[in-house]
Design a protein around this ligand. Structure first.
Ligand SMILES: C[S@@+](CC[C@H](N)C(=O)[O-])C[C@H]1O[C@@H](n2cnc3c(N)ncnc32)[C@H](O)[C@@H]1O
Length: 225
């Protein structure tokens, strides 16, 4: 093969490589754009979902889920009508994350009294339902086998009594992965929540990583020092 032919082959190969790379980059960009568009639409609609969680607390949850790695598992106990689920899911949707939502959807412990909220939750989270797994039962009756062994972010906002929060932590804390986050709502309003958070901090295995209003989040200290 003469030199001219060799250099033509090299040029051709390089063009093929550039084209393949270009196609790959375009595909990745398109995937990200679709994820971003969906996330923006979900967040826009989520603003109208009734909730006791404030807008800045919801934004903080969105930010925490944004820090999760690709393919992360996130989980919340207490989903109500889906507001916090939407803010979490909007961050996870573009990065192949999953969200497990645990609730009785019987509106227990809520000021308005008991009622069936499941249909409303499903309607409000329809756009992100492909990444959501619902577990419709009291959190204290969750079997170990129903949960993934590794969770990047867990948000506890169900029954706020001391015993219930303690039980939720017992279930979730061992599953939080290295540098993972355990977030709690209503740290100010419910003594049960603040007591459990205090007990976690005393162990030295968790550190307070942030707080916005009534939402606090702890990090797995053991691995992040
Ligand atoms: C404060 S709301 C959750 C609000 C939601 N995180 C949001 O930001 O919109 C509490 C929810 O916890 C649920 N709940 C109460 N006790 C529970 C329990 N033991 N197990 C599971 N869910 C429970 C209620 O049905 C209710 O939907």
């Amino acid at each position: 093969m003469n030199q001219v032919t060799q250099s033509r082959i090299r040029a051709l190969r390089s063009r093929v490589r550039r084209t393949r790379l270009g196609l790959l980059i375009a595909r990745l960009r398109r995937r990200r754009t679709l994820g971003d568009e969906l996330a923006a639409a979900v967040l826009k609609r989520a603003k109208d979902i009734p909730t006791f969680t404030t807008q800045e607390e919801l934004q903080a949850l969105h930010y925490l889920a944004m820090q999760c790695h690709e393919g992360a598992n996130a989980l919340e106990i207490g989903s109500y009508l889906g507001a916090s689920a939407c803010y979490l899911a909007a961050s996870l949707v573009g990065r192949k994350g999953k969200l497990i939502c645990i609730d009785t959807w019987a509106n227990e412990t809520m000021p308005e009294g008991t009622r069936d909220t499941f249909a409303e939750f499903q309607r409000n989270t329809a756009e992100v339902s492909n990444i959501i797994t619902t577990i419709k039962k009291r959190s204290e009756s969750i079997e170990e086998s129903e949960l993934p062994s590794s969770i990047a972010l867990a948000f506890i906002d169900g029954d706020h009594s001391y015993d219930a929060v303690k039980c939720d932590v017992k279930l979730l804390a061992p599953r939080i992965e290295e540098a993972g986050v355990l977030a709690f709502h209503d740290i100010y309003y419910f003594e049960g929540v603040s007591r459990v958070v205090g007990e976690l901090l005393i162990t030295g295995k968790w550190r307070a990583a942030g707080q916005i209003s009534n939402l606090i989040w702890l990090k797995n200290q053991h691995f992040t020092q």
